[in-house]
Design a protein around this ligand. Structure first.
Ligand SMILES: C[S@@+](CC[C@H](N)C(=O)[O-])C[C@H]1O[C@@H](n2cnc3c(N)ncnc32)[C@H](O)[C@@H]1O
Length: 227
């Protein structure tokens, strides 16, 4: 059974280029928290560290977490090579990893939160909320029910599927519709600043196109502010 830890041993599964959204996010935090020498930002599900390094290079202290030891190893190596101040936690998203609460300016999480069952994703969002200062921001992407692979694999609960083939065999994916994603960020705790469903409709695709695909996938894009 593949899991992300195994996948990260193969260089071709490690994304190298950061998504440009991370830069805009750190710029937003700089505008919102102008008088802070070093903003504190958590890269939840840091993977190979492509965003953690950008966050650090933009002057933030970086908090990294992942449930893959290989991901933590890859990311800490990159952070150390770049002399970036960081704190790490090897843990699953539903566990609160830091000794303090309400101390972070931002939480960034790209293509991570979908890798769980709904109860644990909800717990992860609670952890994110707990970690943020009032007025702190979350930016993340989370799978949409309009995504290509929706419905593929074994359905272990409503809208959570475990693929039986491919590189993500054995990895759960939960898919959110509009009501579901809104419920994940209840309005008494979060102000949704932007909720966008980015839908990419592949008209033609070669077999196993995902192994070289340079384009984006369908996903929810969430920018939310802690109340
Ligand atoms: C698609 S990769 C994205 C990695 C990184 N955010 C990026 O954009 O390069 C998904 C990441 O989620 C992590 N992950 C999967 N399940 C997790 C869990 N239950 N708790 C924490 N991290 C998890 C994987 O180890 C992997 O690093």
């Amino acid at each position: 059974m593949a899991d992300w830890n195994t996948l990260f041993y193969d260089q071709k599964n490690i994304e190298l280029a950061p998504e440009p959204e991370v830069v805009k996010f750190i710029e937003l935090l700089a505008t919102e928290f102008p008088n802070v020498r070093k903003r504190r930002v958590w890269d939840l599900g840091c993977g190979g560290g492509r965003h953690s390094v950008v966050i650090g290079k933009m002057g933030c202290k970086v908090f990294i977490s992942d449930n893959s030891s290989k991901a933590i190893e890859l990311t800490t190596k990159k952070l150390e090579e770049n002399n970036i101040d960081y704190l790490e936690a090897l843990t699953s998203m539903e566990n609160y990893p830091w000794s303090k609460k309400e101390f972070l300016h931002g939480v960034f999480s790209w293509a991570v939160l979908q890798h769980n069952t709904l109860d644990k994703i909800t717990e992860a969002i609670d952890c994110i909320h707990d970690s943020l200062l009032a007025g702190g921001y979350f930016l993340g992407t989370i799978k949409s029910t309009k995504a290509d692979l929706y419905g593929k694999g074994e359905e272990i609960e409503k809208d959570t599927f475990v693929l039986e083939v491919g590189i993500e065999e054995g990895v759960p994916h939960h898919y959110f519709d509009e009501d579901g994603i809104k419920q994940l960020f209840p309005s008494d705790k979060w102000e949704i600043i932007i909720l966008a469903e980015q839908v990419v409709n592949y008209i033609e695709k070669a077999e196993e196109f995902w192994s070289f695909n340079p384009f984006r996938y369908t996903t929810w894009c969430v920018l939310a502010k802690k109340r």
